[in-house]
Design a protein around this ligand. Structure first.
Ligand code: AMP
Ligand code: ZN
Length: 507
């Protein structure tokens, strides 16, 4: 599989660096508030990567941290007049709930930065000893950028020219070079107020944000990891600083691959509370949106391409998810209502002749040769896998998914119907694709229907269709009302009757 590596700025073939699990670290949420859907674009991409690596046969050690001590979390806790952990704890819980809502696979570990303070002070002490960091008069410790030759190699920023050009921030008078950044910050009154202070050889204080990630990576995954991933905004200075700290401390390459996810825009603008386009997952779900449709929007563009979140896009996604569910249901039923279903014929040998078809050969002539649809399903799946192997090219993978749907529907619509073996091959391909995308099972879960209920609903929908064709509108209306009372709303579309889950009438 190939991944675009932001450090080498090219597509590179991915192989794990060492035997054993593939090690991946993704910068996680800063838990001072609910994560928004922009954050979740990035986290859904982590999930696509996680799923794809696993489907490619790798064991994966995937770590996503919680930034539970930094300026924002301290500011949030102070504003709410709560201790730091009391402020961040509920947002950690909320993140885990939202992640589950969007069908993110559980990762191996979700370390909190505050669990690693002793390892952080040790790391800083080591950098001071090695001459890469210095103590400032106020009790803070800074990283000395000039001591690390590779500074700027990820972002192309922060070289010596920048040092000459930039001025030292008034608040950071203690820095020797404007590019230097804090590894350890001396305690401020707000930090004390919320209990964000720890002992260190340099006095009370708290870790710098960049340091937190370097130390969690080293503590949990080792000196060199396979893949480091984050949103594009983190490339500089956060990831540049992580490299500088880690490589100066260990003498080893920090991450073999760097991946950066482009930011999500909302209605073509940056998401912000003041623009009123700031959405959280829970708000969208409370407004009645299908979590699977939200997930679909977030994964549908390539992760290095622009993605604009709009109401129209969400409604298209809702329709796409419904079409997929309908297709799966139809193919599962082996083409309910189609002649093939009356007496399903196993693909291959031993198939019995169906009445009126003149046997297998004639049936084959009507709906394509036995196994032809199965072969096409495999081709679509192969193309899907190749697309995912090419730097997680989801748009191309989705084209294969729709190709499978198109071929499956065409076969189901053909007069000869589809053989059971072919249906199973299509279902298997669809199931594999969904393991990569994580949408269909999530959609089914949100609709809260088990297979038996789904079949029963489908039968009632078909009975209503038959009643309508026979112009027995009283029966058709009664069936519609019965379904509505059970929380199933019907929509008659040119493509047939669709149904969706709603609140049962009278509840
Ligand atoms: P934060 O909670 O701000 O630390 O961000 C958590 C993750 O979400 C980081 O990887 C960010 O780069 C990413 N992120 C923040 N805003 C957006 C956005 N609008 N679109 C995509 N990712 C984002
Ligand atoms: Zn980080």
């Amino acid at each position: 599989m190939n991944l675009y590596d932001s450090l080498h700025r090219e597509l590179r073939r991915f192989e794990p660096g060492t035997p054993g699990p593939v090690t991946v670290y993704g910068c996680g949420p800063t838990v001072y508030d609910y994560a928004h859907i922009g954050n979740f674009r990035t986290f859904v991409v982590y999930d696509l990567l996680h799923r794809h690596l696993r489907r490619r046969g790798h064991e994966v050690e995937f770590v996503v941290n919680f930034t539970d001590v930094d300026d924002k979390t301290i500011g949030g806790a102070a504003a709410a007049a709560r201790p730091l952990a009391a402020h961040t704890g509920p947002f950690i819980e909320a993140f885990l709930e939202d992640a589950e809502t969007l069908g993110l696979l559980p990762v191996s570990r979700h370390p909190r930065a505050t669990e690693f303070i002793p390892a952080m002070t040790e790391f800083v002490a080591h950098l001071i000893d090695a001459g890469h960091a210095y103590r400032a008069g106020d009790g803070s410790v800074y990283y000395s950028v000039a001591t690390f030759d590779g500074y700027g190699k990820l972002s192309g920023k922060g070289g010596e020219d920048d040092s000459r050009r930039s001025r030292i921030d008034a608040g950071e008078f203690a820095k020797a070079d404007p590019r230097d950044f804090a590894l350890w910050k001396a305690a401020q009154p707000a930090d004390r107020e919320v209990g964000a202070v720890w002992d260190s050889p340099w006095g009370e204080g708290r870790p710098g944000w960049h340091l937190e990630c370097s130390v969690m990576v080293k503590s949990l995954l080792g000196e060199t990891i396979d893949i480091h991933v984050g949103g594009e905004d983190l490339l500089f200075p956060h990831h540049e600083n992580e490299i500088a700290q880690s490589e100066a401390a260990t003498g080893c390459a920090f991450a073999r691959f760097w991946m950066h996810v482009k930011h999500l825009k909302v209605d073509d603008r940056k998401m912000s509370k003041s623009l009123g386009n700031f959405h959280t997952v829970r708000e969208l779900v409370d407004d009645g949106h299908d979590p699977a449709a939200i997930r679909w929007v977030l994964l549908s563009a390539h992760y290095r391409s622009e993605l604009n979140f709009t109401a129209g896009g969400l409604s298209d996604a809702t329709e796409a998810v419904q079409r997929l569910l309908d297709f799966r249901r139809r193919i599962r039923d082996g083409g309910a209502g189609d002649p093939a279903r009356a007496e399903p014929v196993a693909a291959g040998v031993g198939a019995s002749a169906r009445p009126g078809t003149g046997g297998q050969a004639t049936a084959g002539a009507r709906s394509g040769a036995a196994g032809e649809l199965a072969a096409r399903a495999r081709q679509h799946l192969d193309a899907f896998e190749r697309a995912m192997d090419q730097d997680l090219n989801v748009p191309r993978a989705l084209a294969s998914l729709w190709g499978l749907v198109r071929d499956g529907n065409a076969a189901l619509d053909s007069p000869g119907g589809v053989r059971r073996g072919d249906c199973e091959a299509v279902l298997a391909a669809l199931g594999e694709m969904d393991l990569a995308l994580g949408v269909l099972d999530l959609a089914a879960k949100a609709r809260d229907v088990d297979d038996d209920t789904e079949r029963r609903i489908r039968e009632m929908v078909e009975a209503r269709d038959r009643a309508r064709k026979a112009r027995d509108f009283a029966t058709a209306d009664r069936l519609r009302a019965d379904l509505e009372a059970q929380g199933v709303r019907l929509e008659d579309t040119p493509a047939g009757t669709r149904w969706k889950r709603v609140r049962p009438t009278g509840s």
